[in-house]
Design a protein. Structure first.
Length: 318
């Protein structure tokens, strides 16, 4: 009788151990990154305990990854958009899509308004994020701002000399404001930022004295591959307002992540409560709509922004 009891106890223990191992293996598999972006972040040492790693195709040439993981013990929730600039392009945008200085309190609007205005002017918008930092009294952008070949702002605040720009021949660059302004007659678009994250493939430390930008916050950033044919956009939730209890990233961590996924040059855009991501959806009646995918930090309400960046169809030249 005792022998049978010991045998049953052994079998039961083996079953429990087997079940525990199966659960452990299952959890390990769930924690493994599923996409190339996820694997790059893990291999670069910038992500662990991955609990979400989804990839979707917004349109041919626009991929969007959504990830949840931990960075140095803190929860993160980010989106990474990868754009093929052979197939699409970008444009800076304003609330009415006009090429005039955006000043005053009425010059700003939530990001979806920017997208609807661009659509009304004949553009096809697939994805959008907030743009440059802005100052008040009066409200205006803090960096260089060109749109459709028109100079809206050629002055910039101290330190706000990073810029994403495109020439009239379609070549796109990440660099300094003076570099962009040297192309004045051939400058098509320019969108300012604050904080050079990656330069010539090297993570930068030029933001070490940028005060609060060293702390974890919601972030928006943009970068280009070495051949300048692929654009990467990061949108980082933070301040623990989303369902993932996300903290947000410091600029050094953001820079390292951008380097990990393939950025050769990258800059920081406005963040905090301004950080917003939209994509194109189509209603049942066939009309476009632009839902917000991330969780804005201002009590989940999208902040009014002065300018933005939209990913759009290239114009067909006939």
């Amino acid at each position: 009788m005792k022998s049978k009891f010991l045998t049953m106890k052994f079998i039961l223990g083996a079953l429990i151990l087997s079940f525990s191992c199966a659960c452990s293996n299952s959890n390990s598999e769930e924690a493994m990154p599923q996409t190339a972006i996820g694997r790059q972040l893990v291999e670069f040492g910038m992500a662990n305990d991955v609990t979400l790693d989804n990839e979707s195709v917004v349109r041919d040439g626009v991929k969007l990854n959504e990830l949840a993981f931990k960075t140095f013990g803190e929860s993160q929730h980010i989106f990474v958009a990868t754009i093929d600039l052979n197939k699409l392009t970008f444009t800076p945008a304003t609330k009415d899509d006009k090429n005039v200085p955006a000043t005053g309190p009425e010059s700003s609007a939530p990001l979806p308004i920017h997208a609807f205005a661009a659509e009304a002017n004949g553009k096809t918008v697939w994805l959008g994020v907030n743009g440059d930092f802005y100052a008040d009294n009066p409200r205006r952008v803090m960096g260089v701002f060109y749109k459709d070949g028109v100079c809206i702002n050629s002055q910039y605040f101290e330190g706000h000399d990073e810029v994403l720009y495109q020439l009239k021949n379609g070549e796109t660059y990440v660099g300094q404001a003076d570099e962009a302004l040297a192309h004045e007659d051939n400058l098509l678009h320019a969108l300012g930022g604050y904080g050079l994250l990656v330069k010539d493939g090297v993570v930068q430390n030029s933001y070490e004295e940028m005060g609060d930008l060293q702390n974890p916050h919601p972030r928006t950033s943009v970068g280009l591959s070495q051949d300048r044919k692929t654009m990467y956009i990061f949108v980082v939730d933070g301040r623990r307002k989303d369902s993932f209890f996300a903290l947000g990233l410091t600029l050094p961590h953001l820079a390292s992540m951008m380097k990990a996924v393939g950025c050769y040059n990258a800059i920081n855009l406005d963040g905090g409560g301004s950080t917003t991501l939209i994509i194109r959806k189509v209603n049942d009646d066939g009309k476009p709509t632009f839902p917000i995918l991330n969780t804005p930090a201002d009590d989940r309400v999208p902040r009014k922004v002065t300018n933005s960046m939209l990913i759009i169809e290239k114009e067909v030249i006939v």
